[in-house]
Unconditional design. Structure first.
Lengths: 123, 123
């Protein structure tokens, strides 16, 4: 996030920067506390937010410095290579109702040590 | 928030600490970027989260170091003394559907200089 941005503005800006597409109606689906531990000691801690968008506008980049952009069906989230924590977050965002909260603890080599979750819905 | 807590756990813990009540089914309603400016310079910045709860359990404190605890009807949020930014947040949480995002900019004396909002709903 840039100084003074809301998470909604940051999500739109980052998505645009990386894809050249503007997400229409982005909606927050997850808020996660990320912890990096060196043994017992917490060496880094940050918040991760996941959004879904119900549509997109614009002309998509073919390739960026992050790699070649590709579309995948939602079910492919179960097999595509990624951090296990991200897999869980993205499946919740794509398939479940409401908001998920949680904490992921990783080693300094990004090995997942621990994860726990809560979720809630508007009633 | 304490280290390693999710925002959901932090909200439950803080509410319990200040009221002795446990909120049942808390649900996130707002995520705000808070900025304190000294002239043009940003001197502090943090995230504020608002939750609603659909019920409570336990025996309520009469008084805490924060003051005497009182119940108010939702409409009283429009008149009760509080920071103007909080009034907006709490009215959204109590009355509107979906999630609100935004940025509040205050002076070092907590005078509201600027506020802007976005919101989204699950569709």
């Amino acid at each position: 996030m840039e100084s003074g941005e809301s998470i909604f503005e940051a999500a739109q800006r980052e998505f645009k920067e990386e894809t050249n597409l503007t997400p229409t109606s982005p909606h927050l689906k997850g808020v996660y506390t990320m912890i990096i531990k060196d043994g017992e000691k917490t060496v880094d801690e940050w918040m991760l937010y996941t959004f879904i968008a119900y549509g997109i506008e614009g002309e998509q980049f073919q390739e960026t410095r992050e790699g070649i952009l590709e579309w995948h069906p939602i079910e492919a989230l179960r097999q595509l290579p990624m951090a296990e924590g991200d897999r869980n977050n993205l499946l919740f965002a794509a398939l479940d109702e409401g908001i998920q909260y949680g904490t992921f603890t990783y080693t300094m080599d990004y090995e997942l040590i621990d994860e726990r979750f809560q979720s809630s819905k508007e009633t």
